[in-house]
Design a binder for this molecule. Structure first.
Ligand SMILES: [Zn+2]
Length: 258
């Protein structure tokens, strides 16, 4: 146990409190932690918030973010109240955002937007970084964030245009986390090349977005994302790891002390 406990890489976005990990979350976390992975788990429903807090409290290698699924905008006020109460236990607010892929109805998209705006305000008020979901709504999400002058933003699994990510990372300093699915996605490979290297993070989004479609993903696979990013940018793995760790700790300085 010489180097194995040292912090080496951070899976900036996963969902350890989801039912897919109900049986073996401890083993999943330990497998990742043994490989030097610290995890940020992001709980997005009322019925999983407490479980995420318990997981984080019982594992030094797990930090917690609380947010709300974009489709659950009717719960926005109870979510905001809960987040305020738990503020001191949180590393981030999220994920929150827009999902135009799942929601086609105009009125309901407006509801998503309203609740997203409230969460952006709250993140500023309680001074937490934001983890943002923006499926088929990349441009709209970025517009909303920049119009509201949101700071300390992580765009997770961004599926929008690479040119938008380039501007958001260079001009607004927004971070973009590259998921494990980068190994099978031309769009994500393009994203890696477009984002300012100082703003790249990695994530797994476990249990989804794994290297192999349809099979359960887990945080130890964040190394797969790192290797792919290094190869796309033609960097040594060790150098890329240093850059990613530095980027992540710039956005989440709280992880250092845990
Ligand atoms: Zn997610």
């Amino acid at each position: 146990m010489t180097n194995s406990n040292r912090l080496k890489i951070i899976d900036t976005h996963c969902h350890l409190e989801e039912p897919e990990f109900a049986v073996d979350s401890d083993e999943v976390i330990q497998r990742a932690a043994r490989l030097g992975v610290h995890m940020i788990t992001s709980a997005i429903r009322e019925d999983t918030w407490d479980r995420a807090l318990v997981i984080s409290a019982s594992h030094d290698s797990v930090s917690v973010a609380l947010g709300l699924d974009p489709d659950l905008y009717h719960q926005i006020h109870s979510a905001m109240d809960f987040i305020k109460v738990k503020r001191e236990q949180l590393i981030a607010l999220g994920e929150v955002g827009l999902d135009h892929y799942r929601e086609r109805n105009h009125k309901k998209r407006e509801d998503q937007e309203k609740s997203f705006r409230l969460m952006i305000e709250l993140a500023k008020e309680i001074d937490l970084p934001l983890q943002v979901h923006s499926r088929s709504a990349g441009r709209k999400a970025l517009e909303t964030l920049t119009n509201m002058e949101a700071r300390n933003v992580q765009m997770h699994a961004f599926d929008g245009k690479a040119s938008l990510a380039r501007v958001a990372s260079t001009e607004h300093g927004y971070y973009f986390s590259i998921p494990t699915s980068v190994v099978r996605s031309a769009q994500k490979r393009k994203l890696v090349k477009a984002v300012d290297i100082e703003r790249i993070l990695v994530e797994t989004d476990s249990p989804v977005l794994g290297p192999v479609r349809e099979s359960r993903n887990e945080p130890m696979n964040v190394w797969v994302a790192l290797r792919e990013v290094a190869s796309i940018l033609k960097r040594e793995e060790e150098e890329m790891r240093d850059i990613l760790l530095e980027n992540t700790l710039r956005l989440y300085p709280g992880i250092r002390t845990k």
